[in-house]
Design a protein around this ligand. Structure first.
Ligand code: IMP
Ligand code: MG
Length: 178
């Protein structure tokens, strides 16, 4: 059984998330509007859904959407292994791609996914992540758009889960063991 956890006050409130997501969208609009091309937005299931949809509501550039799902396993001393559960079905060759993640921790998932998307010969690939836990990093990843840099704590809510629970919370909380 999964150990019980407790959550306290919001670590990042729903209001703070709303403001920051809007700011990130404005930056993305500024960067991509001059291209005059549609942006291929690739959302990483499941955690990034809440963030990505809120972000998309503020995008004024034209977008094309697809999803992928992956999980990372990092065995003792290994560099880690990423399993792709669902791949994109939309062609992205020659397009500008924006990969949308909930959180970058070790960096294994994001760097694997960036490489995977690059193999489809897009015009460009950038990474957008709501959260960044730089202390957890095992491989370097360039995050082009970051919402919040957070300490090395396990967080949940606003898409982030603990054993599939808590994703629907509107704010982000730090999980503490009982
Ligand atoms: P990474 O490959 O270690 O960078 O981890 C990426 C994935 O691990 C994220 O997409 C999340 O699904 C999960 N993850 C990492 N840290 C947290 C956390 O604090 N809360 C919930 N999920 C997390
Ligand atoms: Mg998860």
């Amino acid at each position: 059984m999964t150990p019980a956890i407790k959550i306290g006050e919001p670590f990042i409130t729903a209001d703070a998330i709303r403001l920051r997501v809007k700011e990130m969208a404005l930056q993305i609009n500024q960067d991509y509007t001059p291209t005059g091309r549609a942006l291929s937005v690739i959302i990483v299931l499941k955690g990034a859904c809440f963030f990505a949809i809120d972000l998309l509501r503020h995008l004024t550039v034209s977008t094309r959407l697809d999803f992928l799902q992956a999980s990372s396993y990092s065995g003792m001393g290994s560099t880690g292994e990423v399993h792709l559960h669902k791949d994109i079905t939309m062609p992205i060759a020659g397009t500008d791609v924006l990969l949308v993640e909930d959180i970058v921790d070790t960096g294994l998932t994001a760097s694997w996914l960036l490489q995977h998307l690059s193999s489809h010969s897009p015009a460009s690939v950038r990474l957008c992540s709501l959260l960044d836990k730089p202390r957890g990093r095992r491989i370097p990843v360039k995050i082009d758009y970051v919402g919040f840099v957070i300490p090395d704590e396990f967080v949940l809510g606003y898409g982030l889960d603990y054993d599939e629970a808590y994703r629907n919370l509107p704010a982000i909380y730090v999980a503490k063991p009982y």
